[in-house]
Design a protein around this ligand. Structure first.
Ligand code: E4P
Length: 222
């Protein structure tokens, strides 16, 4: 079944999602780390101690292949479960290729087309992250992009896994699952929204009311 990662750098959110059995990995990005006012390497260590199994993604900072590769090596030294996010650029592809040769796992990030995805897979990315919400934001159909990935990946035996990213709704997650996408990385509030249905709440109230009613009646008859 499609795996779920959480897309946050907030440790309380990660702990809750882990405790509820929702997630088997974490993605962060520089904006999410900055929002927490955290140090990247320290936060990676904290996350590793909460999520004790599965990949933990931190992003390499820089623009040149050299900068990206150096940043990636630093992160990868923390733990073998660290996956380094590398932006989908020409320099990023060079870094992905070098890191693959060194046995460092990468996640090609900021992917907005299947063409970009093909190149990242060829370069040796372990994961590719097409960003759905940001495509929707500019009026381009994110579902068509996911379909393209699903079609292509169904034709070949590829090691690279697709992560549906920039998720904005439970519907995004369900669309990805219906297409057989490997992973969706989901913000905490969307994970919580996925737990909810108004009929679940109404059902609980009704069961509770019926139960109390029955107790009262039994109390009256005895
Ligand atoms: C993925 O790994 C990114 O961190 C993330 O999904 C970006 O999402 P956003 O468009 O909501 O910032």
């Amino acid at each position: 079944m499609m795996k779920l990662f959480i897309d946050t750098a907030n440790v309380a959110e990660i702990r809750e999602a882990w405790d509820m059995g929702m997630i088997c990995g974490v993605t962060t990005n520089p904006s999410l780390i900055a929002r927490e006012g955290a140090d990247l390497e320290e936060r990676m260590r904290e996350i590793l101690s909460i999520v004790t199994d599965g990949p933990i993604n931190g992003e390499a900072i820089g623009t040149s292949a050299e900068e990206l590769t150096a940043g990636a090596r630093k992160l990868a030294r923390i733990d073998s479960r660290i996956v380094v996010k590398v932006p989908m650029t020409q320099e990023g592809l060079k870094a992905i290729r070098t890191l693959k040769a060194e046995g460092i796992k990468t996640n090609a990030t900021l992917v907005f087309s299947a063409a970009q995805g093909l190149l990242a897979a060829r370069a040796g990315a372990s994961y590719i992250s097409p960003f759905l919400g940001r495509l929707d934001d500019i009026g381009q159909p994110s579902e068509a992009l996911l379909e393209a990935f699903a079609d292509i990946w169904s034709m070949y035996d590829l090691e690279t896994e697709i992560i549906a990213a920039s998720i904005r709704s439970p519907e995004h997650v369900v669309s990805a699952a219906r297409l057989g996408i490997h992973i969706a990385t989901v913000p905490y509030k969307i994970l919580l929204a996925m737990t909810e249905h108004p009929l679940t709440d109404a059902g609980i109230k009704r069961f509770e009311a019926d139960w109390q009613d029955a107790l009262k009646k039994r109390g009256q008859s005895t």
